[in-house]
Design a binder for this molecule. Sequence first.
Ligand code: SF4
Ligand code: SF4
Length: 320
Amino acid sequence: MTDEKLTMFGKEKNPSNILPVKYTLDSKIKFQCHPGVSCFTACCGTIGIVLTPFDIMRLRKHIGISSDEFLLRFTRPDWVEKTDLPGVKINLDEEGRCPFVTDKGCTIYEERPSACRYYPIGMANFHSGGKEDVESEKFFFVVKEKHCKGHLEDKEWTIREWRADQGVDLCDEMNSEWMELVMRRKSFGHQATLSPEAQKMFFMVSTNLEKFKSFIFESRFLDTYEVDEETLEKIKDDDVALMFFGFKYLRSSIFGTQDLQIKQDKIDARVAEMKVEQKEKENSIVDTYEELKDDRDKLASMLDEVKQSKAYGGPGLDKK
Ligand code: SF4
Ligand code: SF4
C-alpha cells in the first residue's frame, strides 16, 4: 500500500510528472516494463542520460573498448547537474535515439546506466532540523509520464523488490560519493568558480580511469601525495578501488578535505618557496622606497641650489 498521507507537495507546485506522494522501501507500486508494452523503448530517445564514473567503467569494459574510444563514440560533454563540473551524457543518434536501443530493446541491458535503472522510481534525500540536530530524510517518489504504459501493468511489488530487481543498490553504493561531490559543488552556487585545472581533474576522474591511473603512476603525483603501499597495489589492478581513490583525490583537491595528505617535504619546500617569494617582495618594496628617497633627495638638493643661486643674484631656474 502506498503511503498516501505523506504528501510531498500540491499538484499546483508540481508541474512535472512526479506523483505527489512519498514512498518508503515497503510501499507497493504497480509497474512493469517488458517487450509486450505498447510503448516499449519509447523512453530510450530524446533523453539526457548522465553517465556516472561507474556507468562508464562497466559499459566500456562490457563493450571491450578503452575509455577514450567509449567517450568518443558514445558520449557528448555536458555539465553535471547544472554545475560547473564537466561530465558526459549518452550521445543520441540523429533521430534522437539512444545508440544502444533496437526494436528488441536495450542491447546493453545487463550493463545499462544507472539513470535507466532508476526510472520510474526516484530517491530524495532531504536534510532538515536545526544546526545541531540535522536529520536526513530519505524517501522515494514515482515519475508517472503519460506515454509510459508500464504503470497500467498488474505486476505489483514493493519499492525494495523493484530496486533489487533493477540492481539499483549497487549503483547507489558506487555512485553515492560522486553524487555527494556534485551536490556539494552545487550548494556553492554559481558565484563560486572552479579553476580550469580542477575542472580537468574532475573530468578525468569521472570519465577516464585509465588516464587517471597514468596520472597517478606516470606523473609527479606520488612525489606529492602520501599513498600507502597497500592502496597503491590495490588501485593498480582494481578499477573500483581506483575510482574510489579518485573521489578521495577530488574531495581533497576541490574542497580541501584531508582525505589525501600532501607529503611533508613538499609542504616544507612550498613553505620555503613562499618565504623566498615573501623576502623578494619585501626587498622590492625596500628598493622602491630607496629609489623614491633618492629622487626626493635629488629634488631637494636641486631646489637648494636654485635658492642659493637666486640669493646670490644668479638666474636660477627661472628663464623668463
Ligand atoms: S541504455 Fe538501454 S535502457 Fe538506457 S536509454 Fe539506452 S537503450 Fe534505453
Ligand atoms: S515508457 Fe515505461 S513502459 Fe514504456 S519502455 Fe519506457 S519504461 Fe518501459
